[in-house]
Design a protein around this ligand. Structure first.
Ligand code: E4P
Length: 218
């Protein structure tokens, strides 16, 4: 399973990269705004900065909602760096733009996916990644992980190569459960990834090993 970090914060991206398990980055306009990155030129430069930190795919989202605008923005994003993946909203125009880019062998990520039907369309349009938002479904008392399971079943039925990128991951158990049901990728905050390290018995056991080593080597 690939690990992407879902942030535009360069320090967090550097920390995840330093851990040695990072496969890519996802961003969105809200995450950019959270870091105070505004204005077209600053946003484009920020994508390049991110690409220069990580080795894998970096999803950069278009802001246009019309087809021509998505194509224009997507092409501009792709020209920035070879690691850029064009992130498109799950709308009719987004699906059409996805088909346009996949025909040109440009990587795409269909975002804001909340149903199996949307994921099926994304695969038909040749998306590289489909992003079901599991945390946001959980937020409205719907089972986000069940959607990932449904998409897995559909994609496996037909051998679709679109990768299931479980997005809106909020905590460590989301990652573990996504791994159990066969998501190809998760994207979440650094805290959720670091949470995988934690177990009290590891801490207790290590403290004991250190104490015993120090006793015997005084
Ligand atoms: C995915 O690509 C999105 O950027 C993201 O996962 C949204 O997560 P949120 O629901 O925590 O905002």
């Amino acid at each position: 399973m690939k690990f992407f970090i879902d942030t535009a914060n360069l320090n967090e991206i550097k920390a995840a990269q330093a851990l040695g398990v990072l496969d890519g980055v996802t961003t969105n306009p809200s995450l950019m705004a959270k870091e105070g990155i505004t204005g077209k030129n600053n946003i484009l430069k920020h994508y390049v900065d991110i690409c220069n930190i990580v080795h894998g795919d970096v999803s950069a989202e278009v802001n246009a909602v019309d087809y021509d605008g998505m194509i224009r923005e997507g092409e501009e994003l792709v020209d920035l760096h070879p690691q850029i993946v064009v992130k498109l909203p799950m709308t009719k125009e987004g699906i059409m733009a996805c088909k346009y880019f996949s025909d040109k062998e440009v990587k795409t990520n269909l975002t804001l996916v909340f149903s199996a039907g949307q994921a099926l369309l994304a695969a038909k349009a040749g998306a590289t990644y489909v992003s079901p938002f599991i945390g946001r479904l959980d937020d409205i008392s719907t089972d986000g992980l069940a959607l990932v399971e449904e998409i897995r079943e559909i994609y496996d039925n037909y051998g679709y190569e679109t990768e299931i990128l479980a997005a809106s991951v909020r905590h460590t158990m989301h990652i573990v459960n996504c791994a159990k049901i066969g998501a190809d990728v998760i994207t979440g905050p650094l805290s959720a990834i670091l949470g995988l390290l934690k177990h009290p018995l590891t801490d207790i056991g290590l403290a004991q090993f250190i104490a015993d080593f120090e006793k015997g080597n005084k």
